[in-house]
Design a protein around this ligand. Structure first.
Ligand code: ZN
Length: 426
């Protein structure tokens, strides 16, 4: 792409070139390199021979800046060459070598995000990814952790430590949202001081932002995102509130009959289905519910439906092939058909899991992590449920303990190869 002669100069004089055109900028930059460096660069790019481009701390920025001007490309010889030099530079000289250049810093940040994302294998642009974002309690050191799991056929686990999480009280809830093709994670409520907090984590910017406070404190509530709205359901109170993430505004959309905690929620078409939960009515003893409630998100009409075969609170629920699968704590599985509002019990899981994560992969339900309360052990298998055969199978062993206190699934938009919490969150 680079030629020794200066054929591009006449293009500048023609008057209709946009001076902000990145290709033109790049050409001008190359033309203005010192002669010797420009010749070496051209030789390097034409035959890839490293002897022509000996990088050192003085000329590194000269060449890396060229990389920062170009569209990021994995196959870029120059970029690869600069990065390997950069990685070899002793850490105290690293930032000096960029000479405080913001463009180059940005290019490096992009690179580092991608690197961490794939454990060293830079992923292709345009692929779509499903991730589990799992908030764990490290019981040993009483720290909250986030684990990000790539939910592909081979699970890839990225362990991320999130210091700021300690601000969320016990019983906080989490959900993800895609807005303008960008992924966000919302965390709200919890016991103690954080009860009225709502935080928005911008995955791309890797930053937490504070949302307006909730009107009432909630903990052990359900959260779900529908387009640009986040619904918060129950959590020690009966109300259902909608938060519009664009307008940053709350509105109450309905009330359950009772104050409940730990309900599950799934969206199907224009309805939110709300399952189970524990009543916290002052006049009654606490008890689990087998209830199904159905909220029409267009009219805000809330109605009851047939009860489930068992009462429960907490657990996980996902949609698979137009059926809702509900896995309460303790290992049972319920299949609910939103077309008929009928439900039935499915085969019991292999383990009596609590605090686990459930997701769909290849038309199977998968459960991961948690603890087996009857055995008092961590669940170290990934189990799969086949709906056609109504049976569970152990899929693989995992090495990590996952006592999951909150989780959400993040469906990455295409062209967004950024991993949540990829470096210390500020
Ligand atoms: Zn630069």
């Amino acid at each position: 792409m680079l030629e020794e002669n200066e054929t591009d100069t006449n293009e500048q004089g023609m008057g209709f070139q946009n001076p902000d055109d990145p290709i033109l900028k790049e050409r001008l930059y190359v033309q203005n390199l010192p002669d010797e460096e420009r010749k070496n660069l051209a030789k390097f790019l034409s035959d890839g021979c490293l002897q022509y481009l000996q990088l050192n701390e003085l000329n590194f920025h000269l060449f890396f800046h060229l990389c920062s001007m170009r569209t990021f490309s994995v196959d870029d010889k120059l970029f690869g060459h600069c990065i390997s030099f950069y990685n070899d530079v002793k850490s105290e000289n690293k930032l000096d070598s960029l000479q405080g250049c913001a463009d180059c810093k940005r290019a490096l940040d992009d690179y580092e995000r991608k690197l961490i994302y794939t454990d060293g294998n830079i992923c292709k642009r345009g692929e779509s990814f499903q991730h589990g974002v799992l908030f764990l309690n490290e019981f040993a050191n009483e720290k909250q952790m986030v684990i990000v799991v790539e939910l592909s056929s081979t699970l890839k686990v990225h362990k991320q430590s999130v210091q700021k999480l300690t601000r969320f009280g016990q019983g906080f809830s989490v959900c993800s949202q895609i807005r303008n093709d960008c992924p966000y994670i919302f965390v709200s409520g919890g016991k103690g001081r954080s009860g009225r907090d709502m935080m928005e984590y911008d995955v791309i910017e890797n930053k937490w932002k504070t949302c307006p406070q909730l009107r009432c404190a909630r903990s052990n509530h359900a959260m779900i995102s529908v387009e640009e709205n986040i619904y918060l359901i129950g959590g020690g109170i009966s109300s259902i509130v909608k938060y519009n993430a664009r307008a940053k505004r709350y509105s109450t959309v309905g009330h359950l009959e009772k104050n409940i905690s730990n309900p599950l929620v799934v969206q199907y078409q224009k309805f939110l289905y709300i399952f189970g939960g524990r009543t916290l009515h002052k006049d009654e003893e606490e008890h689990d519910l087998p209830n199904v409630k159905k909220l029409d998100i267009i009219t805000n009409v809330l109605e009851g439906s047939h009860d489930l075969p068992v009462a429960f609170s907490g657990g996980q629920a996902v949609l698979l092939n137009d059926k809702v699968y509900i896995a309460p704590p303790g290992g049972s599985l319920i299949c609910f058909d939103p077309k008929t509002d009928r439900s039935r019990l499915c085969a019991h899981q292999n383990l009596n899991r609590e605090l686990f994560f459930m997701f769909v992969s290849d038309n199977r339900l998968c459960v991961l992590g948690g603890i087996d309360n009857s055995e008092k052990t961590f669940c170290r298998t990934l189990d799969r449920y086949c709906p056609e055969q109504d049976c569970w199978k152990k899929e693989s062993e995992v090495k990590t303990d996952f006592p999951i206190i909150a989780s959400c699934i993040l469906q990455y938009p295409r062209k967004c190869p950024v991993l949540p919490f990829h470096k210390s969150v500020t």
